[in-house]
Design a protein around this ligand. Sequence first.
Ligand SMILES: [Zn+2]
Length: 293
Amino acid sequence: MSWLKKSKEGLKTTHRKRELPDGLWTKCEECGEILYQKELERNLWTCTKCSYHFRISARTYVQILLDEGSFQEHFSEVVSTDPLKFRDTKRYSDRLRRAREETGLSEAILMGEGTIEGRPLVIGVMDFSFLGGSFASAAGERMARGILLAIDRRWPLVIISSSGGARMFEGILSLMQMAKANALLSRLSDAGVPYISIMTHPTTGGVTASFASVGDVILAEPKALIGFAGPRVIKQTINQELPESSGRRWGGCSSSSRPRPSSHNGRAAGRARPWRGSARWAARSPRRRLRRP
Ligand SMILES: [Zn+2]
């Protein structure tokens, strides 16, 4: 008989398995390190071991990025209705109500103004926890008004993306928001006002294909999933397993190919730079730069 074989069935430990108390510790999704919640918060929700950037809410991003108390929300009165009376397994109107209750936001983008080190700007932050950060008519309208505000005041525009793409519950009305945002962004460009796009995990679908990719400066958080179709859709389409790292890249910094008016040729000169895979570029992530030592 083997020594390793259990001689008696049904032996039980007298100690109960210890579970991590809720809200005190968090496991890093990337490296599995158990992190003390307070420490994680102090580190701006990035892993102390592997620098994984946790997904954070729009309001947390605003707190991290802007001067304390400087944020003023705008256009919160613009909300999605249910123009198509859409229903699949649930009513769209019920999904909206639930998302509002759970997130405390009225749409997937929080738009407003604030200051960074005393310099004013217009900022829009998408929140993935609101119906997957999906972009629909109200989000598009908020962004449009935000861009017009930036043009009017001549303040830089910062958009932080976190989205699965266009919200299909509103069909074509969602899809046209991409074109609307881009048309207004070219007006912003003509006015010579800078636009900084920050992509966080995940930035996919129509959001990547439109406004997130046309910043004068584009930053991405390390290892953010950035692409057009998500891994699940690609897998279903090609019917093959995908490599572990597909679609995920180290965030980078890139000057975009958004055409600038001739008076601004010196700045963004239309040289599209490929994504860089090095830590030097990843270090440009806003949360990394702001992190206290
Ligand atoms: Zn980690």
